[in-house]
Design a protein around this ligand. Structure first.
Ligand SMILES: [Zn+2]
Length: 145
């Protein structure tokens, strides 16, 4: 996956409001975000699917992974509106965190701010899209399908 790089690969610092992990083996995730794509990884050996993407399969220990596009509709499994947030996320309040079920995998993230709270229902279909934060950082959010 990706190309070997000698210098420190810190592309992941661009992800999220506050990025905790700037060095990871799955930095291509950020390049895909820049291209407007939310991607996970699939193990080429056993077919297991990972989101967030992993560079190594915990099931068969293979590192032979390929990227796949998180596309189509997922079903809202649960959500929770946050009135309090971890340090660094306070400016984003209030926002709702949620879990979408895509069948083979689940995606944890936020519901887009423009989805009215009274229209959010467990079981509804949603899609995942890229979102640019006011400070230029990137994340992804869920919107109504
Ligand atoms: Zn595997």
């Amino acid at each position: 996956m990706g190309k070997p790089k000698k210098e420190i690969d810190d592309r992941f610092k661009k992800f999220g409001t506050v990025s905790f992990t700037s060095i990871t083996k799955v930095n291509d995730f950020i390049d895909y975000l820049d291209q407007g794509k939310v991607m996970g990884t699939r193990c080429k050996v056993c077919g297991r699917i990972f989101f967030p993407p992993r560079a190594d399969c915990y099931a068969c220990l293979s590192s032979d992974m390929e990227w796949f596009d998180v596309s189509g509709k997922g079903k809202l499994v649960s959500y929770s509106k946050l009135e309090f947030a971890p340090i660094g996320f306070g400016d984003d309040l209030p926002y709702a965190i949620a879990l979408l079920d895509y069948g083979n995998y689940k995606v944890f993230g936020r519901i887009a701010n423009d989805v009215p709270e009274d229209e959010i229902q467990v079981g509804m279909e949603m899609t995942t899209r890229i979102n640019q934060l006011p400070n230029g950082q990137l994340n992804y959010v869920f919107q109504k399908a």
